[in-house]
Design a protein around this ligand. Structure first.
Ligand code: NAG
Ligand code: NAG
Length: 268
């Protein structure tokens, strides 16, 4: 390698050789720094990598999640993570009960906004068997898309299809039970069970075109849902949380876990 530059022509050869050596040493040192910092960040620097033996591991996981929000918003294809702003999908289905008390709500081609706008506040991890629990606060999530609604909510019969808008804020506890699997000499995690429990702070709902566009009934039903979301959530919360958690598992968690071996998620 030659680091001689055109300033060397008026200097004695020895000085130029020394300078070349210094430049080379500096270049090597910078290379070391660059290598060290790429070990501290997971694939392209999206997440801060925490050490399993870190006594502050849980705080490190929180910092890692909170530090990744902007990257999550745009998506991290090399980690299998789609764009979260918005997260788009083909279907979310809620089904509950039977006969007179059944409820079916399907959202198609949905757009989910606000998923990257969280603050992670608690984390707990265990490596064997692998288990992760964390809490995130969301102030403003919305789901929009064409809906189909049929059945009864708290004894009120509702039906219709059209455009829907759901907006809510919650403190969400994620529980993730993992299983290990070996592939190509690496250990991967698989989500055996992923569940959501939401402590919901506020809800706004609007279904357009309920009752085949009957304005008076549609207005009444939307007002009813907005006034009674608390008792409705007490009944339908579990089925709603299952449907939402399953959507995140399918679109975000499973592709990430399939792509990234455990050795890349945590340093020893
Ligand atoms: C959902 O999107 C697909 C493909 O863009 C389209 O064919 C379908 O009609 C859409 N469904 C609804 C209910 O809008
Ligand atoms: C919530 O997010 C929507 C975008 O989905 C935005 O239009 C609205 O202003 C936000 N509301 C608050 C209170 O931040």
């Amino acid at each position: 390698m030659h680091f001689k530059d055109r300033n060397c022509f008026w200097l004695v050869g020895l000085w130029c050789e020394m300078r070349s050596a210094l430049v080379l040493a500096l270049a090597l040192a910078l290379g070391q720094v660059a290598m060290a910092s790429s070990e501290e960040t997971l694939l392209g620097g999206a997440f801060k990598v925490c050490s399993r033996s870190d006594p502050q591991l849980e705080q490190c996981i929180l910092d890692s999640l909170n530090g990744a929000r902007d990257k999550l918003a745009t998506g991290i294809p090399e980690l299998g993570i789609p764009s979260l702003e918005p997260l788009r999908g083909t279907e979310i289905q809620l089904r509950e009960g039977e006969e007179d008390f059944h409820l079916q709500l399907v959202l198609r081609n949905f757009s989910w906004i606000g998923l990257s706008d969280f603050i992670a506040t608690k984390a707990r991890i265990q490596f064997s068997p692998p288990y992760l629990e964390f809490v995130t606060t969301f102030n403003n999530m919305s789901l929009t898309g064409p809906y189909e609604f049929g059945g009864s909510v708290l004894m009120l019969r509702i039906n219709g299809n059209g455009d829907s808008y759901l907006n809510w804020g919650s403190t969400l506890t994620h529980r993730l039970r993992l299983e290990e699997e070996q592939r190509g000499g690496e250990v991967y995690w698989r989500a055996a069970e992923y569940s959501w429990q939401q402590d919901v702070a506020h809800v706004r709902i609007h279904f357009k075109n309920l009752f085949r566009g009957n304005k008076r009934l549609g207005l009444y039903a939307n007002q009813f849902l907005n006034r009674n979301w608390r008792p409705a959530y007490a009944v339908y919360g579990p089925v709603a949380n299952n449907a939402l958690a399953d959507t995140i598992k399918r679109l975000v968690l499973d592709p990430f876990l399939a792509r990234v071996p455990v050795s890349k998620m945590f340093a020893p």
